[in-house]
Design a protein around this ligand. Structure first.
Ligand SMILES: N#Cc1c(N)ncnc1-c1cnn(Cc2cccc(F)c2)c1
Length: 322
C-alpha cells in the first residue's frame, strides 16, 4: 500500500507575527499588530526540500539558513554590480519581540524582513541554457516563449544569448510559459520591457559571477514588484520596480557544476541530484508513477544534500559556512 501522505508543512508559530501563507519551501508572515494585508513581510526559508513536485517528509538541516545567507549575499553583489533596481530587503537581524523591526529570534538566520510590494503577476525567468520546460517547449515548437531557437539544440545546450522566458503563476501545477506579447498585455509594454531588461541583466551578472567560480547558472526565476501607491499602468512604474523574493538560490535557479557539464543529457542538479537519484533507485521503493508521496530520506542522502547546499554557498560566496 502507498505510504501515508507526507506531513503537511506546518509553519512555525512566531509570536508577534501572523502566518499569511506557505509555499513549498518558504513561509510568509506579517506583523500580528498590522491589519491583514498591511505592514512589512517576513519571508522564512524552511529546511524543506521539494523534488519531483513533492515536498519531502525529511528536512535538510541548515538548508533554510544557507539559502537565506546566499540570497542576501547575491542582493549585495547585484547592488554593487549596478543592477540598477532596488531590492525589498529591510533587515535580517533579530529585532524586538513586538515585531516592530527586524526578524524574530526563533527563525534568526533563515528569515528576511521585506518591504511589502504589489507583486507583478508574472514569473520573470531568464535562461542561458536549455532544459526543463524550456527544452520541452523547444522540442514541441522550435521556440521558447515565442522566441525561435536554432535547430539541433540538446538538453543542457548553452544558448547563443540568454532568453527571457516568462511564465504566469499557477496555484496548482506548473507555471505556464508565455510569450513577451502576453506579458505586454498583462503589464503594459513599458513595464514588460523593463521587467525583461532587469531579468536578463540580473541573469547576466549572476551567470558571470557563478561561472568565475566554476558553477554554471542555467536559468533563474525572479519576482518583481511595485511599491504601494505606484500604479502598474503609470509611466513611473518601470522606474519604480523593486526586486523581491529570493535571488539566485538553488531553489529559484538551476546551478550546475561546470566540470560536469555535458550537453545531450540531463545535467546533474547541483543540490538535488542525491535526492533525485535515491528516490528513483530501487532502494527507496517509491512508486513515482502512482504519484505517491516519496518515502523519508536516509540520513546519508540528507547529509550529502546538506553538504551540497553548504558547498554551493562556499563556492559562490568564497566564504566558509559557519
Ligand atoms: N518576497 C516578497 C513579497 C513582497 N516583498 N511583497 C509582497 N508580497 C511578496 C510575496 C508574496 N508571495 N511571495 C512568494 C512567496 C510565497 C509563499 C511563501 C513565501 F515565503 C513567498 C512573495
Amino acid at each position: 500500500p502507498a505510504p501515508a501522505p507526507g506531513p503537511a508543512p506546518v509553519p512555525p508559530e512566531l509570536p508577534g507575527w501572523r502566518h499569511v501563507r506557505s509555499g513549498k519551501v518558504r513561509d510568509l508572515y506579517e506583523p500580528a499588530s498590522a491589519a491583514p494585508g498591511e505592514g512589512d513581510l517576513l519571508v522564512v526559508a524552511s529546511d524543506r526540500v521539494s523534488a519531483f513536485d513533492h515536498v519531502l517528509a525529511t528536512p535538510v538541516p541548515d538548508k533554510g539558513a544557507v539559502l537565506t545567507a546566499l540570497s542576501l549575499w547575491w542582493f549585495e553583489r547585484l547592488a554593487e554590480a549596478g543592477l540598477g533596481v532596488p531590492d525589498h530587503v529591510l533587515s535580517a537581524e533579530v529585532g524586538p519581540d513586538d515585531a516592530s523591526s527586524g526578524v524574530p529570534a526563533d527563525v534568526a538566520g533563515r528569515a528576511v524582513r521585506c518591504r511589502r510590494l504589489a507583486m507583478l503577476p508574472v514569473e520573470c525567468v531568464a535562461r542561458g541554457y536549455l532544459t526543463g520546460s524550456g527544452l520541452a517547449d523547444y522540442r514541441a515548437t522550435g521556440a521558447v516563449c515565442g522566441v525561435e531557437l536554432p535547430d539541433g539544440l540538446e538538453d543542457g545546450s548553452r544558448l547563443h544569448r540568454p532568453v527571457f522566458t516568462p511564465a504566469t503563476k499557477a496555484d496548482v501545477g506548473h507555471d505556464e510559459n508565455v510569450s513577451f506579447a502576453v506579458v505586454a498585455e498583462l503589464l503594459g509594454p513599458d513595464l514588460a520591457e523593463r521587467a525583461r531588461e532587469v531579468t536578463l541583466r540580473l541573469y547576466a551578472l549572476g551567470e558571470e559571477m557563478a561561472r568565475e567560480r566554476g558553477v554554471l547558472l542555467a536559468d533563474t526565476k525572479i519576482e518583481l514588484g511595485l511599491p504601494p501607491g505606484v500604479d502598474a499602468a503609470s509611466a513611473e512604474a518601470p522606474g519604480a520596480l523593486v526586486l523581491a523574493d529570493e535571488v539566485l538560490t538553488p531553489d529559484s535557479s538551476r546551478f550546475w557544476d561546470a566540470a560536469a557539464w555535458a550537453p545531450g543529457r540531463a545535467q546533474p542538479s547541483f543540490d538535488k541530484q542525491f535526492v533525485r537519484d535515491w528516490l528513483l533507485s530501487d532502494a527507496s521503493g517509491w512508486d513515482r508513477a502512482a504519484d505517491a508521496p516519496p518515502p523519508p530520506l536516509p540520513d546519508d542522502v540528507v547529509e550529502a544534500t546538506r553538504g551540497r547546499y553548504v558547498e554551493a554557498y562556499e563556492r559562490l560566496t568564497g566564504r566558509r559556512w559557519a
